[in-house]
Design a protein around this ligand. Structure first.
Ligand SMILES: [Zn+2]
Length: 239
């Protein structure tokens, strides 16, 4: 009951913020757009495209598409929406790369994770969102699911908002199953006290999810839904 009341309020705030952004885009008003940018200039969001370079992540069961490539596409689209809304975006990668880290030798995956952790710690973001695609042994499993660190209360709230938006906008197209946000023990979620979520955007082990996830139009809808969720969370977090 309490949760529902809170979420209704969040949606109201979000509708106001988004309608301003959308209206500014529609009329193409650079002066007004600058005003909204200045008003929200202090918002910083880290957008993390999971995997990259030698670490392709999981592989699409039908087309062989790399998770790392899809993650990057969705992450860059999400970043464009956020920047369009006047939010400063810090990307952990913008290409098909793994980054080294001076403290880690001989384990490229670990070095890359430490690099990402440093990006988050240095940018002190208002939110961190990490984009991934899922894979499961049962090919029938479908849909987008969100994860948070159970020790991070704001992260849990952020994850619940993202999951709710994905259940509303995306999961009806990915098999129709609704998920609850779940806790997970992941370095990216635990490496800083900032609110962080991992969005597993669908299953590359399912051919229908895969077909949707490789479609540029679906990627754009997915990214826009994630953008909405970030805006709702930022509005709620700052009050
Ligand atoms: Zn992944």
């Amino acid at each position: 009951m309490h949760k529902c009341a809170r979420n209704e309020t969040l949606f109201k705030w979000s509708a106001v913020a988004l309608s301003i952004v959308v209206a500014l885009f529609a009329i193409g008003a650079p002066i007004l757009a600058a005003t909204i940018k200045n008003a929200s200039a202090t918002y910083v969001v880290v957008v993390d495209a999971g995997h990259g370079g030698a670490d392709a992540g999981v592989i699409g069961v039908r087309t062989g598409v790399k998770e790392s490539a899809l993650n990057l596409k969705v992450a860059m689209l999400l970043g464009e929406y956020l920047e369009g809304g006047g939010i400063r975006v810090v990307y952990t990668r913008t290409g098909d790369v793994m980054h080294p880290h001076p403290d880690v030798a001989g384990n490229r995956k670990r070095a890359d994770m430490f690099y990402r952790g440093d990006v988050i710690k240095k940018s002190a973001p208002d939110a961190v969102i990490s984009i991934h695609m899922n894979f499961y042994s049962a090919a029938s499993r479908r849909g987008a699911q969100v994860f948070f660190d159970k020790h991070n209360e704001q992260g849990r709230q952020f994850a619940e908002i993202v999951q709710e938006i994905l259940n509303r906008d995306v999961n009806p197209e990915l098999g129709g199953r609704e998920y609850s946000a779940l806790s997970a023990e992941k370095y990216l979620l635990e490496c800083s006290p900032r609110p962080a979520v991992i969005a597993e955007c669908g299953f590359l082990s399912n051919p229908l999810d895969e077909a949707a996830l490789i479609d540029p139009a679906f990627q754009a809808r997915l990214a826009y839904s994630l953008f909405q969720a970030v805006v709702i969370f930022l509005n709620a977090a700052r009050g």
